[in-house]
Design a protein around this ligand. Structure first.
Ligand code: NAD
Ligand code: G6P
Ligand code: MN
Length: 431
């Protein structure tokens, strides 16, 4: 039977994970779920523990749900360690979103300088977690959901021995949206994904093996590109989509519609607040509902958050590994030649066959020139961010920020770096 350790167990996404476990109990004999959090998250953790127990009980299942602040105990002998934590909480996220805006730069929690700051805070913690895994559960799989997922996964895969796969709900969200636009079932719709986390493109679309790519592109022009709850829904021009001739992900708005997105962010940061500031209110509402002794399921209000389909994505993966399914999922792993004109030892977001030995990326071929420039630039920023976060080297950090396509010049990068280091002082032991 399976032991799951969930790091960041106090996350409002945990009930979704529990729901996923309950729905799959035939295929996945989970006997223990250990929710781990830190002192600051104690209250949230205990609410989540209560709700999770009620959910399991209602389902009539014999799964032991435990909450603890002792990470090592949770990791010991775990089969899967799922990470979904946020170092510094939403307050730190709000700072990540506010600092860039001061310099007329997009403030986003995963891409751009905001994501960079989050990576600096997160990587030392994930490396510590990996040390625990290496010692206490060397055969465990680390399923990482913690953002910036592509960068965090690259740090783990380059610098530890832990078997790890990074995940995001963007690809499945695109699969559902494209399927709907084609009047097809999501499970019969296959998209060939390749790119980076939050910068992935859907290159080809097949429904039951039939190539429907051109129809899917036409549907984007007709009905608009899908977005997510956390991304302002600006639209690409028809001509641009036609020219691009692949399906951009919701986050591509930040890259291809930089000016519009910045204007929109500027406006909303002055009215309803940055996304973190909005999410703080949603969180309050959610935890009030979770805490009610009558509540024994995942509530609808969770749909206000950006993480739709999270449990599907993560438990599909656990299922594929545990049951040696050899089915295809979109994951963040080392490229290893799958994208031929990209370095082998960097993380990419790509389709892979998943079995008990892990994720085997499917050969994609060469990234076309019109996409490769952006991908390589963002990748060089990401790999520099990993190095900066590991070494605490200020020069690397400055080069990383300067390489980020949102950052207009090196002087601005330097100023933002000063702000980031200053405002995160207590959370950046490596600097
Ligand atoms: P959250 O602010 O609720 O944080 C989750 C929990 O992590 C909190 O209870 C907090 O106390 C805890 N925590 C903080 N530091 C910790 C540490 N060192 N060890 C253990 N626990 C710690 O965050 P959230 O909104 O639920 O998001 C959680 C994470 O998942 C974030 O990193 C977010 O970016 C990520 N996320 C990823 C995706 C994706 O597509 N990959 C989607 C949604 C959210
Ligand atoms: C999306 C992304 C996540 C992101 C989240 C934010 O689903 O894939 O990586 O962190 O939404 O959602 P939130 O509700 O926290 O703004
Ligand atoms: Mn994501």
């Amino acid at each position: 039977s399976i032991k799951l350790a969930v790091i960041g167990g106090g996350s409002s996404y945990t009930p979704e994970l529990i729901e996923g476990v309950i729905q799959r109990v035939e295929a996945l004999p989970v006997s223990e779920i250990c929710l781990v959090d830190v002192e600051d998250g104690k209250e949230k953790l205990s609410i989540i523990e209560g709700l999770s127990r009620r959910m399991v009980e209602k389902a009539g299942l014999n799964i032991r749900v435990r909450a603890t602040l002792d990470r090592r105990e949770a990791i010991r002998d775990a089969h899967f360690v799922m990470t979904q934590f946020r170092v510094g909480g939403l307050k730190a996220r709000a700072r990540d979103e506010r600092i860039p805006l001061k310099y007329n730069v997009i403030g986003q929690e995963t891409t751009g300088p905001g994501g960079f700051a989050k990576a600096l805070r997160t990587i030392p913690v994930i490396l510590d977690i990996c040390k625990d895994i290496e010692e206490l559960a060397p055969d465990a799989w680390l399923i990482n959901f913690t953002n910036p997922a592509g960068i965090v996964t690259e740090a783990v895969l380059k610098h530890t021995k832990v078997k790890s796969i990074g995940l995001c709900n963007v690809p499945i969200g695109m699969q559902y949206a494209v399927a709907e636009s084609l009047n097809a079932k999501p499970e019969e719709t296959y998209i060939e994904f390749a790119g980076l986390n939050h910068m992935v493109w859907g290159h080809r679309v097949y429904v039951n093996g039939e190539d429907r790519t051109q129809e899917a592109i036409a549907a984007l022009i007709e009905g608009g590109s899908a977005t997510m709850k956390n991304i302002i829904d600006t639209q690409f021009s028809s001509e641009f989509i036609q020219a691009l001739n692949v399906i951009p992900c919701p986050y591509h708005r930040y890259f291809y519609l930089k000016n519009t997105m910045l204007e929109e962010e500027m406006k909303s940061s002055k009215t309803e607040g940055t996304r973190a500031e909005q999410v703080m209110k949603t969180e309050e509402e959610l935890f009030e509902i979770y805490a009610s002794p009558e509540m024994d399921k995942k509530p609808e209000q969770l749909e206000k958050r950006g993480g739709a389909h999270y449990s599907k994505v993560s438990l599909n993966l656990v299922d594929a590994i545990w049951n040696n399914r050899k089915d295809i999922h979109t994951v963040n792993i080392l490229n290893n030649g799958a994208i031929s004109n990209c370095a082998p030892d960097v993380s990419v977001e790509i389709n892979a066959v998943i079995d008990s030995a892990g994720a085997h990326p499917i050969t994609f071929g060469a990234m076309p020139v019109e996409l490769n420039g952006l991908m390589q630039q963002v990748k060089s920023y990401e790999s520099l961010a990993v190095e900066a976060a590991i070494t605490g080297d200020r020069h690397k950090a400055l080069l990383a920020l300067t390489a980020n396509p949102f950052v207009p010049d090196a002087n601005v990068a330097e100023q933002m770096l000063n702000d980031i280091l200053e405002q995160n002082k207590s959370l950046l032991p490596q600097f």
